[in-house]
Design a protein around this ligand. Sequence first.
Ligand code: PEP
Ligand code: MN
Length: 367
Amino acid sequence: MDAQKPLIIAGPCSVESREQLRTVVSALVPMPQVSMVRCGVWKPRTRPGGFEGLGEKALGWIADLSQELKNEGCRSLPFACEVATPQHVEQVMRYGLKAVWIGARTTANPFMVQELTESLRGTDLTVLVKNAPSPDVRLWMGAIERCWQVGLTDVMAVHRGFDVLKNGGYRNHPLWEVPIELRRILPEVPIVTDPSHIAGRRELLQEVSQWALDLGFDGLMVEVHPCPEEALTDCRQQITPSGLQELLDRLVLRQTDSNVADRELRLLRSQIDRIDDQLLRLLASRLEVSGEIARVKAQGNLAVFQPKRWDSLLQQRLAMASELQLASEFVKEVFEKIHAESVRVQQERLSGGEVSADSLDRTDKIT
Ligand code: PEP
Ligand code: MN
């Protein structure tokens, strides 16, 4: 039985001074779980005028510190910073960093990703690809694929949460279904969760980190600062090195390979597979009936969308959901989706020539 061994990436949101960098990295080096240092050098600020990072000066401090640690016989840790332009990549290479990350705002723009990955061609950097702010798994995938296209082989995904209207108390809503979908589509790509940017505040870090591990993700990227309250960026979410140690000590690592658990899991999963099979077949039959309904409605010159029928259907389903102790919000969402698809199928039938254009014209309300 192997326990999970999450990859831990830790370090300050931004490099602020030689002293700050040295203090935090010296505290991370003796922590065996930590295997990479993150430190922002160019900071993407939503509005102008904030601290935008120290750029090349900070890269010089990183290179000096790596050398000093080496001279002191310390364990060497790779450093990673965000790159957003080919010029950033050129400078990172010049100062000998081993890893970079593509930030959320860059992932959102395929032109920028294309240009950036072209500049990474031929390097052997580890590349961490953060998800775009919108919950679009394809943008995330696309950036990873563009890395592969230029021959990069050490590519990981970083889940930093999503900008959504209702953020549920997070800075960036985790929407776990998105990284789960990425795992399904690209199972070979390690996924590192960034609880700092998801949570946005220290108090939530432990919980988000534990969820990430419970879902089987591969690591954590945590912002660590010697004096978080005084940090120039993201001061509410950074923790001290001892705070990080505490967080790591409190994490419950799951078993990745247990015979008993495996057997039981296989059994339960096969039940889920069977139920999903039935669900899909039932959905297909339901939509077939919708198609028939479209024909009847067209013959009777009735609108596809019948608000009264929809309202009473939903009320009946919600009443039944409550009897079955299913969450009403969940059931409502499911039926809204089913109903929308039913309307779409009916409209398709109408416009697909199976009924006359004339009857379509007289259909007074199609939503
Ligand atoms: C960061 O990691 O410091 C950062 C700016 O993150 P993101 O691109 O996820 O907002
Ligand atoms: Mn940050």
